[in-house]
Design a protein. Structure first.
Length: 533
């Protein structure tokens, strides 16, 4: 029988639940069904797959029907106030569900857990605010502890573990994919961030920057390749500052790598690491695993783009010619207040260098509308940057003040909400106008599309993404594939001739199936036209 130390419900919760001993049998799931409700960024999807791997190994089962679940785990986002409000609204729904659903096996009610960044930010405040609703709170570095936390809740106690780690990378936990049939998969290569941008809560919810050993990453990607996955997205809060400093990386590395030099015009608040293997080393090795597997990475910081990374993208057929370059603002005063470490001029110089090495590169970016002190002139300068660069995708948000950040302590959130909203809408409109024109120019061109599945338009239509990451929709028809004819299926590379477009979507007709290498080996689009027409 397990021994639990109890505490009154009204007593404050410790950051790690105070349980001296739990028998191994108490950690077993015994077929209890878990429902995952995932919100937020790609890293949250990756974290959910880690959490599921931990629970599956203990005998828990997963369900996609929330009414079948014995446990509901909500993976949360805290990056903006709106993201958190969605979670509070969801908890109201879960509270009703908890009251109305029949008791589970063993006479227990539905257990509800809050995971991820919101758990880390608010800690036991969630338990105090949602008494009787939330049973456990688990931060991003504590997913290994989920079986123990769930065991505690079976004694009618609440459980909390939100301790951040300087070392946890889950390198030895092989994620279990939530969508087993997906042709694309996220692979987390690092956790945390040291940049300390003024607006960002990530360093406080995910901790300091640390990289996963390269050998572990390679093993996971090899496994995904064997499973038929055709695209891997390398994930990190600051992905291109990756540096493997584990003991395993020193084998075959004669000299410690020096710190990656920052491009002229870029500064950073933390000391660059030396030794180990850098992001370019990882990208080189990953791209060699499967020449027919696309490689992408996100999210980088503009300061960490040495030429060696750009040249590697240029020289490897399976590294997508697409880069995410978060600008956040087009105004120098705002960039300084954001503590981004560069000026608009330095950012523009970086873009020019990127396009010098990668002439056809597709660029995407992030922007914040209405940050502290942003004037109408500053907003117009941001719109000018969006027009000039010509991004294929922009992720923009009205500014939302977050506690603990530099902005919360030192700056004033002085842009009215209606002004933030207007500027946000204007930024999106400028992006759509430019992207619409760029996509229209693609009509008549042939794009290589990785087929992902049936489109939302319904049966008979397929969708996938081209190298730029733009969605492409086309009819599911029989097309040539070598000496045979077949209908494209998920995981196929389809050559699609573009016939129509919007600002965010391309439409076309599939003309053949091919491989990534065969398509890339076509010496020019004219050669490809002559082969297909």
């Amino acid at each position: 029988m397990s021994i639990y130390k109890t505490r009154p419900q009204s007593q404050k919760h410790d950051l790690v639940s105070d349980v001296p001993f739990i028998d191994e049998s108490d950690l077993q799931g015994r077929g209890r069904k878990v429902y995952f409700d995932v919100h937020g960024c790609q890293m949250n999807t990756s974290d959910t797959e880690i959490a599921w791997s931990v629970l599956q190994s203990k005998g828990f089962e997963r369900t996609t029907d929330i009414k079948e679940a014995a446990i509901v785990l909500v993976m949360t986002c805290a990056i903006r106030e709106g993201a958190e409000q969605k979670i509070w609204n969801k908890l109201h729904y879960l509270a009703r569900l908890k009251r109305t659903l029949p008791l589970k096996k063993g006479g227990h009610r539905l257990k509800i857990g809050i995971l991820g960044c919101m758990a880390e930010r608010l800690k036991s405040q969630i338990l105090e605010r949602e008494k009787g609703v939330v049973d456990l709170v688990c931060g991003p570095d504590a997913y290994r502890d989920l079986p123990r936390l769930l065991a505690i809740t079976h004694n009618q106690q609440t459980a909390v573990n939100v301790l951040l780690s300087l070392e946890e990378t889950y390198a030895d936990v092989m994620p279990v994919r939530l969508n087993e049939g997906a042709v694309s998969a996220y692979v987390s290569i690092m956790r945390g961030c040291d940049n300390m941008c003024a607006y960002c809560i990530v360093p406080f919810t995910r901790g300091r920057e640390r990289s996963r050993p390269i050998d572990s990453i390679m093993d996971e990607i090899k496994m995904l390749s064997d499973q038929g996955v055709r695209e891997v997205i390398l994930l990190g809060q600051n992905v291109n500052s990756y540096r493997d400093l584990s003991e395993s990386q020193f084998y075959g590395v004669p000299d410690p790598a020096p710190p990656t030099p920052l491009r002229e015009g870029f500064l950073t608040v933390y000391k660059a690491r030396s030794g180990g293997r850098r992001f370019a080393d990882l990208l080189d090795k990953v791209s060699r695993i499967d020449p027919d597997m696309r490689i992408r990475f996100t999210s980088p910081h503009p300061k960490d783009f040495p030429d060696e990374v750009l040249e590697l993208i240029r020289d490897r057929d399976n590294i997508c010619n697409q880069l995410h370059l978060p600008a956040q603002s087009g105004n120098n005063t705002v960039l300084a207040a954001m503590r981004r470490g560069y000026t608009v001029e330095a950012y523009r110089d970086l873009v020019a260098r990127v396009r010098e090495i990668l002439p056809d590169v597709a660029l995407t970016s992030d922007f914040i509308s209405g940050f502290c002190g942003e004037t109408e002139t500053g907003h117009q300068e941001t719109l000018a940057l969006v027009r000039d660069i010509g991004y294929t995708m922009v992720f923009a948000y009205p500014y939302s003040m977050r506690e603990k950040t530099h902005a919360y302590h030192r700056l004033q959130d002085d842009v009215p909400e209606d002004v933030k909203g207007r500027r946000y809408q204007e930024l999106l409109q400028v992006f759509r106008e430019g992207a619409g024109q760029a996509n229209m120019a693609q009509r008549g061109h042939h794009h290589l599309v990785l087929v992902e599945g049936e489109s939302k338009k319904g049966p008979g239509t397929l969708f996938g993404k081209n190298e730029a990451g733009i969605a492409v929709i086309f009819p599911a028809t029989d097309v040539p594939h070598g000496s045979t004819v077949q209908t494209p299926v998920p995981g196929d590379y389809a050559v699609v001739k573009i016939t129509d477009s919007t600002a965010q979507t391309l439409f076309g007709d599939c003309v053949s199936l091919t491989s990534l290498k065969e398509f890339k080996n076509s010496s020019s689009e004219r050669t490809l036209h002559s082969q297909l027409d």
